[in-house]
Design a protein around this ligand. Sequence first.
Ligand code: 3HC
Length: 696
Amino acid sequence: MIASQTATFPQGAVAVLTIDNPPVNGIGSGVRVALGKALEEAIANPMIKGIVLTGSGSFFSCGADIREFNTPKSRQEPSLRAIIEQLENSPKPTVAAIHGAALGGGLELALGCHYRIAQAKSSFGLPEVKLGILPGAGGTQRLPRLIGIGPALEMVAGGDSIDASQAQSLGLIERLVQTDLVSQACELALEASIRTEGLPRLSRAPIGATADSKVFDEARKLAGRRYRGCIAPLECIACVEKTLTFDLDEGLAFERERFQFLVNGDQSKAQRHLFFAERAAMKPPKVEAELTPIRKVGIVGAGTMGTGIAMSIANAGISVVMIERDQAGLDHGWEVIKGNYASSLSRGKLSDSDVKARLALISRSLDYAALADVDLVIEAAFEDMGVKKEIFSRLDAVCKPDTILASNTSRLDINDLAASTSRPSKVIGTHFFSPANVMRLLEVVQGTRTATDVIGSLFAFARKLGKIPVLVGVCDGFVGNRMVSPYTREAHFLLEEGATPEQVDSALRRFGMAMGPLQMGDMAGLDISWAARKRMAPTRPAHIRYSKVADTICELGRLGQKTGAGFYRYESGSRTPISDPAIDVLIAECAREAGVERREITDVEIIQRTMYALVNEGARILQEGIAQRASDIDVIYVAGYGFPAFRGGPMFYADTVGLAEVLATIERFHDRHGELWAPAPLLKELVENGRSFADL
Ligand code: 3HC
């Protein structure tokens, strides 16, 4: 775990301690024990003049081993803090030689060293806040003493990494080198060993210019926007603030106590669950055949989805050709793309040359022949099976035999589409989320005949685009939208039973959702789900409860924000929902017609009715094999539907509440509201066996 070597120079010998714990040199209990021992030996050895700490493989170290948190291993001595103290108190100079990345506890180790030297392509960060914790090995106390309160606050509470040149200009590292990192670190250690002045120890460094309290207020506001509902950023800020009044020991004790509070709390468990859930979801299936390299992509449809998808592909440096039925449609799509890039330019997100390069990658055509040489086509046309089938048969005729044909449908049957081509094994679903150039989630829909290499190729392509691909099976709405149906169904029932749209939405926002279901409907456009309900109307059993609220709103031409009214009304040009008494009257009328008795609705009922509807449907989806893992559903809901990360996704949330309690409530709803609430067999089975979704 720690390779210890002695490097001999004319001026003396240096101990080079290399952390060797692939893949990211995580600092688990084994590394701590070995490092503590190697340090002790190097300090005791009279031949050794200085100590260099470095990492093997691609990184210096990416921090504590997250898997060990909340296990006995995390309490095994020595602690990371003790090792950092050992480095800092060493009478011999200690130098961190950093390449790749120094993150979290890895950066904290480097802060314990007297000097830091790094390779030009390295990065530095304290991403703990993204895991619902804070840097617990002195990072909140030492970093402000090194680079100042403002920049340290940004790194600790924001969690983003900085590159080596930023690190150098902030004074985080002493030297930046192109080559021979370790030998230059050894030379630095030897130089320091003969200097007469004492070694620089951050624990003794005074805190720089005292920060105005406004800095902390601003940081709290920013954290509220960026990490909605999360407590970790506020704790991070509180720790940094303590550097103003506490000495290092007091500060470290405070940091330790707040770290323990966070690491044992539900929020951080949820965020760590998501860290591993995302990585599990993004692993492609094992593939024997060769993957198709995607060098050029065709997009059919230059509407909202088509243009967003085209931009996300061009952003990854891949060529795209956009196809439309008529010139007006193509021109409109092109204007939208240019407008979006112009806005990125004006906000300083992209440079002029970036914008030019991206626009140059997007070509346009009215002729399907332009798709003859593409490796992948993504159809993003109108959500109608007839329209899509016709497009797929044209694509089948014009594209190379090995071109992958994908549909961006959010609900329709991929198997049906595949059957309309001569290459069903090359047909797949790619359900992007709007705005497609921003949202990272991608549901990759596997048809019954989709080949595994096609799935593998799509996963590799998605990762190039910076997306989170999650494999799902075919059913109406796949995972995400299928679960949205019972979620919004319950929201509409709650309206009939006595809640107002604001009450439903605000209860769910307080729960942590980015937006309530009714506001979300208005934003997405109510006509989309209206069309789906009309499509399903002929097969809907008459005895099952059905709310006409949304249909009645649509019949009035209130299709959401785009028409200035839906569940709410909107001032011209504004997206802020305003309560509309006309809707309260409409809801009361629908309830009267349906014979629903109106009553007081509590926030608790709103949360349980909507959340447990998600969970029950999620359990069915799992049992049917539409999702591979409960954690995939969590990733879909957090990345695509504004579900709060600090609750870990709907299935993790259910585990947190306890499945027995969730089932008991669902059974109560079943008795009261009828068969739509029949408990999912998998949920019953798990409760009977005392298991959770995490155990699956
Ligand atoms: N602990 C345990 N496992 C880790 C880990 C960590 N800190 N960091 C990464 N891994 C695992 C991943 O789960 C993955 O495992 P798998 O192959 O079994 O799925 C494997 O390492 C490779 O990770 P990625 O797939 O993410 O590889 P990338 O090359 O894409 O990214 C990375 C590398 C940027 C280091 C990214 O993994 C990352 O951001 N890791 C987390 C870094 C972090 O948050 N550090 C702080 C830890 S908490 C801490 O240090 C507390 C301290 O203050 C006391």
